[in-house]
Design a protein around this ligand. Structure first.
Ligand SMILES: [Ca+2]
Ligand SMILES: [Ca+2]
Ligand SMILES: [Ca+2]
Length: 123
């Protein structure tokens, strides 16, 4: 998997399962702009979801429609367990997006349904 791409494809530091590494690389502003497709300076749920779908398919190296632990490149098994709601050891697109939707809510500090650059950076 192209990890660098995964980094740049994320909205904010914690919006990716490999959060620890992302903080060091600090791609927040670049990825934020890429995710804010209508350029209004905010990432809506729709923009975020579209981006996460892209991330999912980009990470699915063997194209089987699921992300396994290797494809996620995730050093923390708890995150995988948390997202893998049917416990089959891999994430479907639905499981992945559900997990990401929870991240969105957490990062959206003022709860207005949109992520500002500030919210994405501070989280
Ligand atoms: Ca936007
Ligand atoms: Ca796969
Ligand atoms: Ca917000």
């Amino acid at each position: 998997m192209n990890r660098q791409w995964m980094f740049s494809a994320t909205v904010g530091a914690t919006l990716v399962l490999v959060a620890g590494s992302v903080l060091a690389v600090d791609p927040v502003s670049r990825s934020f702009e890429a995710t804010d497709t209508n350029g209004d300076g905010l990432v809506s749920r729709e923009e975020y979801r579209e981006r996460m779908v892209e991330v999912f398919y980009s990470a699915d190296a063997d194209r089987d429609g699921y992300l396994d632990i290797d494809e996620l490149g995730d050093p923390d098994p708890d995150l995988m367990n948390d997202a893998d709601t049917n416990n089959n050891g891999r994430l479907s697109l639905r499981e992945f997006l559900n997990r990401r939707a929870r991240d969105f809510v957490q990062v959206d500090g003022d709860g207005n349904g949109r992520l500002s650059m500030e919210e994405a950076s501070e989280f």
